[in-house]
Design a protein around this ligand. Structure first.
Ligand SMILES: N[C@@H](CCC(=O)N[C@@H](CS)C(=O)NCC(=O)O)C(=O)O
Length: 230
């Protein structure tokens, strides 16, 4: 049994971020899927999640050792802890400027792009609602920004090395696609980046499990996710 427990959910994009990072770093983590159901979502919440996270959300991580139990929450906080715990392979660039840019991109993915997608989650039955149109436009602006970034020949969002920013946006855009704001076919650099992401073992394992869960619930699975199966 691992000393590290990660509480996540079968459709938690934030939990999946932490899980992918641990796999990339080959850190042994026991993933605990909290109760989750399509209608009730995370209710009732797992008692450990309630105890540790005042925001009552997954992911939560517990690392037990001689120091007692380290208990933390939030996917970005977990990224930082995993980076300190296991510096190799680095998932932030070494150069301070590049590192700051990577951190900003990871934040923008979670806190600028993803809120548009959350908005769309509540507007699935009314796609022509002005709020849905605004949310899709917000997502499109972020796709455009990343397409321009990748157009300089880089393989990964922050340059030549794969980083936490790639993990964050890959997971977020899965939900963008599912909620009616897919990456446009014209964004060939971004789509090529997504294919590269889909070749990573960590991504196939975690996003592939999410695709299987969606299939089991008779939900639509984006084609690029189907390619992760098998
Ligand atoms: N900023 C947080 C967001 C966490 C979050 O939104 N978690 C969702 C699942 S993906 C959750 O637990 N939702 C249940 C709720 O908010 O009640 C992070 O990066 O971990």
């Amino acid at each position: 049994m691992s000393d590290i427990k990660l509480y996540s959910g079968p459709l938690s994009m934030f939990g999946a971020k932490a899980q992918i990072a641990a796999l990339e770093k080959r850190i042994d983590v026991a993933v605990i899927m909290v109760p989750f159901e399509m209608k009730a979502l995370y209710e009732p919440k797992h008692p450990d999640v309630l105890r540790i996270n005042p925001k009552r959300q997954v992911p939560v991580l517990i690392h037990s050792g001689p120091w007692g139990d380290l208990e933390i929450f939030d996917s970005t906080q977990i990224f930082e802890y995993l980076e300190d715990l296991m510096p190799q392979p680095p998932l932030w660039p070494a150069n301070p400027v590049e590192r700051a840019r990577a951190r900003l991109l990871e934040l923008k993915s979670d806190e600028v792009y993803f809120p548009h997608i959350i908005k769309l989650m509540g507007l699935q039955q009314t796609p022509d609602d002005p709020a849905a149109i605004t949310a899709r436009a917000g997502a499109a602006a972020f796709y455009e920004e990343l397409e321009i970034l990748l157009g300089d020949g880089r393989d990964w969002l922050t340059g030549t090395a794969f980083s936490y920013a790639d993990i964050a946006f890959y997971m977020a855009q899965i939900f963008g696609d599912r909620m009616g704001a897919p990456i446009p076919a014209s964004h060939r650099y971004l789509l090529a980046w997504r294919s590269r992401m889909g070749q990573r073992t960590s991504v196939r394992q975690v996003a592939g499990a999410m695709a299987r869960y969606l299939l089991g619930e008779n939900r639509r699975v984006p084609d690029f996710m189907k390619a992760l199966l098998g």
